[in-house]
Design a protein around this ligand. Structure first.
Ligand code: FAD
Length: 342
């Protein structure tokens, strides 16, 4: 099919790209204000959380992950991924949110008051939606920060860590010095992998959580996990890899590599919608901090993307409030909600 075909004639007050925790909060607040909202996600509901390590535990206590004033009750001081998925699913259900899953937004036409949002589904079928306002809440977890080294394209090099079982007894290198690398290295070691950690800094990063840091440092001190600091992997091959260390290059046997060196927002997508990035401010999309409306009238930003490359500045804890800011601005700009939803 070459042309985009409309599936319905519905005009939404607000269309949210991305059904992560922030996108859900935006749709809930818009709905509570009486507006008709729809969410579009290229994956499943809370797609990023779904792809986090299978047994991950949040750093945040449950009440700080809450959206829409729905209590998140957990017997754990810090909830795990399964609990969070359960929670956000129930919240979406409670508010009867209109969520279109497995539909990717590829482009946007039109302008404030009448945006036309083009999407494709899993089978490359095209659809268009119409909305008066648009929210970009696309997160940062889809695009890894690549190392750009020889051999990175080998299938044994992974940028996402899920679970340890497949790596039992194997030589695994974890690259990175922050929480994700520390947690993966520990999990792999505890489940029988032979782990080597490679980090370009002199010690683990200062952002590693205070309850994880002594664990990883003690495993390294005891020689249970081999660590190369001030070091970088420069080439990965089928059966081994080479690390440049302060003492010179070292080649070690290797079956798998987890390059956990962070992720970044899809800046080109944001720019394609006409939203400017502030080159002097870590590529933060230009927006009014009070309303979160970008330089393109009618297009709002929400969640972690508001902080540009500083992906550790906005997370669920604080991004969840963006929905209310945007809904307040919708009340001013759109006036009375759609009659059917008022
Ligand atoms: C391992 C790990 C642990 C973490 N622990 C915590 C924690 O304890 N506490 C905390 O507050 N934060 C934590 N975070 C950070 C937090 O998860 C993110 O900041 C949060 O998910 C950001 O929410 P979001 O809604 O902005 O983006 P996301 O949750 O990433 O949602 C974005 C959505 O947009 C969709 N999307 C992207 N592009 C398109 C497109 N073109 N069309 C349609 N859909 C699209 C994606 O599929 C995705 O579902 C953690 C992150 C990681 C990686």
């Amino acid at each position: 099919m070459s042309e985009f075909s409309a599936k319905n004639d519905e005009v939404y007050d607000m269309l949210v790209i991305g059904a992560g925790p922030t996108g859900l909060a935006c749709a809930i607040e818009a709905k509570r204000a009486g507006f008709k909202a729809v969410l579009i996600d290229k994956g499943c509901l809370c797609n990023s959380l779904f792809h986090y390590p299978a047994h991950m535990t949040f750093f945040t206590t449950p009440e700080l992950l809450e959206i829409g004033d729905i209590p998140f009750s957990s017997p754990n001081q810090k909830p795990n991924r399964m609990e969070a998925l359960e929670y956000y699913r129930k919240v979406a259900e409670h508010y009867a949110l209109d969520v279109r899953q497995y539909e990717t937004v590829v482009s946007v036409a039109g302008s404030d008051g009448d945006f036309i949002i083009h999407t494709t589904d899993r089978f490359e079928r095209r659809t268009k939606h119409r909305a008066r306002k648009l929210v970009i809440a696309t997160g940062y977890y889809d695009l890894p920060n690549y190392l750009n080294i020889a051999g990175e394209e080998l299938s044994k090099v992974r940028h996402y860590y899920h679970e340890p079982h497949p790596f039992f007894g194997l030589d695994v290198v974890v690259i990175g010095g922050k929480n994700s690398a520390a947690i993966a290295a520990l999990d792999l070691w505890r489940h029988g992998a032979k782990v080597t950690l490679v980090h370009r800094g002199p010690v683990m990063h200062a952002h590693v959580k205070y309850w994880i840091l002594p664990d990883i440092n003690n495993r390294v001190k005891n020689g249970e996990i081999t660590a190369y600091f001030n070091s970088s992997v420069i080439e990965v091959r089928e059966d081994d890899l080479t690390i440049v260390t302060p003492e010179g290059p070292v080649t070690i046997p290797n079956h798998f590599v987890f390059a956990l060196t962070g992720y970044h927002p899809d800046f080109s997508f944001i720019e394609r919608l006409g939203v400017k990035l502030d080159a002097d401010n870590d590529r933060c999309p230009v927006c009014d901090p009070a309303t979160l409306e970008s330089n393109v009238p009618g297009i709002y930003l929400a969640g972690v993307i508001v902080a540009g490359e500083r992906t550790n500045e906005i997370f669920i804890e604080n991004g969840r409030f963006h929905g209310k800011q945007i809904a307040d601005d919708l009340k001013v700009k759109l006036g009375s909600p759609s009659p059917a939803f008022a």
